[in-house]
Design a protein around this ligand. Structure first.
Ligand code: FA5
Length: 340
């Protein structure tokens, strides 16, 4: 019996060598390892042997079966490789064909807008100062004249890293950083960067957006300088015919505080859907730097004065380019992005 088994194994291996394609391999499988295959029948016949011969023969038959299975796997792999080689030779895959070119990209609309804003302020003598997105509670609120439990904190809820560390809600904490770094020099900087707020996402509000903060500190800086700077910015960014109006407002870190509006660029002040029929569009919040904030930055308010302002980047871009939904900015839809 053992001799017969070896003979069948030898014959099967020789037949496997002659197998040239997957159909032939399947037929080989049926013939030797299938339900009625030669080796399977051998295994079944173990029961007919005398008891003492069964274990040795069963082991030998199982080993032979394992060897044939491994050999058929190897043959299947070799056939796959040969088939790939043939395909390559037939030219089905031309690896020399150049790939599809991806067109050059361009700057995102937010980046373009930030660069326009930066260039305008650079011409007015403002340097760019970058402050971190991750801030402490003290810088984002406390040193900006909002101690714990100050009600103004409610306007700016955010994402907290722990009890002390948060994602900044505005670029204003950068005011303290730049003052502490530059004292006792006069300052004229803008601070562009990302801000975060825990608030409802709507057509006008995102939970992440950009702001540009402005800060000027000197010995005789007045509200007139602030209004002049904002008017100049509005005219350069939106068009030379723009008019600015000033309203009283409230921010804990400026005193007095103002909001600057400009006449609506769509209707010129007559009233339309974009300006909600008021004729005016909000430009930014601003004011004279609060004495407490000057002090926290290291500047003596009896000797120094300054102005600060802060505006978004996406909203001005929406006004300028007629975009009606802020969610389009970061929705990654190329049909939107390619327009700018
Ligand atoms: C502030 O953040 C103040 N820090 C601005 C300031 C700076 C005042 C310096 C005085 C002196 P406010 O919360 O209004 O203010 O935000 C300023 C601008 O950020 C808004 O006018 C708007 O353009 C933009 N902004 C605010 N929240 C969002 C939001 N959720 N999505 C998009 N833009 C926003």
């Amino acid at each position: 019996m053992l001799d017969q088994l070896r003979q069948v194994e030898k014959e099967a291996l020789a037949a496997l060598e002659a197998v040239e394609d997957s159909d032939a391999l399947a037929a080989w499988h049926r013939r030797y390892l299938g339900r009625k295959g030669a080796l399977t029948l051998f295994l079944r016949s173990v029961g007919e042997l005398p008891k003492e011969e069964r274990p040795a023969f069963g082991r030998a038959a199982n080993e032979a079966k394992a060897r044939l299975e491994a050999a058929s796997e190897a043959r299947a792999e070799a056939l796959r490789q040969e088939e790939m080689q043939r395909e390559l030779e037939r030219g089905a895959l031309d690896v020399t064909l150049p790939g599809r070119p991806t067109g050059p990209g361009h700057l995102h609309i937010t980046t373009q807008t930030l660069r326009q804003i930066t260039a305008i302020f650079a011409e007015m003598g403002f340097q760019v100062y970058e402050a971190p997105d991750v801030e402490t509670d003290e810088l984002n609120f406390g040193l900006l004249n909002m101690p714990p439990h100050h009600p103004a904190r409610d306007m700016w809820d955010t994402f907290w890293i722990n009890d002390e560390v948060l994602l900044r809600t505005h670029t204003s904490p950068g005011q303290i950083r730049v003052m502490r770094e530059r004292y006792p020099e006069p300052i004229r900087v803008i601070l562009p960067g990302k801000c975060y707020r825990y608030e409802q996402i709507t057509a006008r509000s995102e939970h992440q957006f950009y702001q540009v903060e402005g800060l000027a500190i000197g010995h005789a800086i007045t509200m007139t300088d602030l209004i002049g700077t904002l008017t100049e910015f509005a005219r350069r960014f939106y068009g030379p015919e723009r008019r600015i109006r000033i309203r009283g407002s409230y921010f804990p870190f400026t005193e007095p505080s103002i909001e600057a509006d400009m006449d609506c660029i769509l209707c010129g002040g007559a009233g339309c859907r974009v300006c909600k029929y008021s004729g005016w569009l909000e430009v930014c919040g601003a004011g004279m730097v609060h004495p407490v904030v000057l002090q926290n930055g290291g500047y003596d308010p009896d000797e120094w004065s300054g102005f600060a302002f802060g505006f978004g980047v996406e909203r001005p871009a929406m006004v300028k380019y007629g975009i009606d939904d802020i969610r389009l900015f970061y929705g990654n839809d190329l049909r939107f992005l390619r327009q700018f």
